[in-house]
Design a protein around this ligand. Structure first.
Ligand SMILES: C[S@@+](CC[C@H](N)C(=O)[O-])C[C@H]1O[C@@H](n2cnc3c(N)ncnc32)[C@H](O)[C@@H]1O
Length: 247
């Protein structure tokens, strides 16, 4: 595997997503047969927002928000009663997010910020829930990104990470790996015409990223407690949820 394919320096990642941004949603839904929508919906169920009966709710932060689908899913789950910030360092990915948010008349509730997950421009202990979907794997320094996510989360609040993983069932796993390594890159590259091999990078980056107990252990090392992980759709994706301890 060429090392340039797995080059995760900020400039390369930003350019890669910038180039595929116009086709990102189409390919996401096509290549996952729309199951990605279900995974985000499950995330909002397994790591639900806290909506107080009265008063102002603490905000939710979705980092590496891309085209904003998880931020929008949380807006629905919170019955439009929780302020949400979507942060990403790739402006072309945020443009479709803003357009979708306008179409759903959610602009007053969801705000997008151009920011690097490794240097979040928010004070400590701000968010009730800090989330990321299919983004942490792309952050240059995973530990710095995680440390920032934990720092901005309120004590007692949760960090939720949705990421691809590898199915364990031997037959399904073999079929899926064939699809993920051979068919998906072919369709993805043809439709996106990515100059940076984004749809070859996708399986390569998933195969080398920690998953299951290894990622859960990393979350614990960052101080999160009550870490649970939930395989979704035979383990094609996994949701990790941890709590920042109250002081
Ligand atoms: C695969 S997309 C995921 C988008 C979205 N969360 C979703 O569920 O479809 C990964 C996103 O992470 C963003 N990203 C990668 N590294 C980042 C970083 N260090 N800071 C902020 N955003 C980053 C990319 O710009 C891209 O929009």
């Amino acid at each position: 595997m060429s090392s340039s394919l797995l080059d995760k320096r900020e400039a390369r990642i930003r350019t890669m997503f910038g180039n595929i941004a116009p086709r990102y949603d189409l390919l996401n839904h096509l290549l996952s047969l729309n199951i990605d929508r279900y995974w985000r919906w499950r995330t909002t169920r397994l790591a639900p927002p806290y909506v107080p009966a009265a008063g102002v709710a603490a905000p939710i932060l979705d980092v590496c928000t891309g085209t904003g689908d998880l931020a929008l899913a949380y807006d629905r789950a919170a019955q439009q009663r929780v302020p949400i910030i979507g942060a990403d360092f790739c402006l072309p990915m945020l443009l479709p997010a803003c357009a979708k948010t306008r179409r759903r008349r959610a602009t007053g509730r969801i705000r997008y910020v151009e920011a690097d997950t490794q240097r979040l421009p928010f004070p400590d202990d701000t968010f009730q829930l800090t989330t990321v979907a299919f983004g942490l794997r792309n952050v240059t320094d995973t530990d710095r990104g995680l440390a920032e996510m934990v720092r901005v989360t309120q004590p007692g609040g949760r960090v939720a990470i949705l990421e691809f993983s590898q199915p364990r069932h031997w037959l399904f796993g073999r079929l899926y790996r064939f699809y993920f390594r051979c068919i998906l890159p072919c369709i993805g590259q043809t439709i996106s015409r990515s100059r940076d091999n984004a749809y070859n990078y996708l399986p390569a980056s998933v195969l080398e990223f920690p998953e299951g107990e290894a990622l859960a252990a990393k979350l614990r090392r960052h101080g999160l407690t009550e870490v649970h992980w939930y395989p979704l759709t035979f383990g094609i994706a996994t949701l990790y949820v941890g709590t920042k301890p109250s002081e």
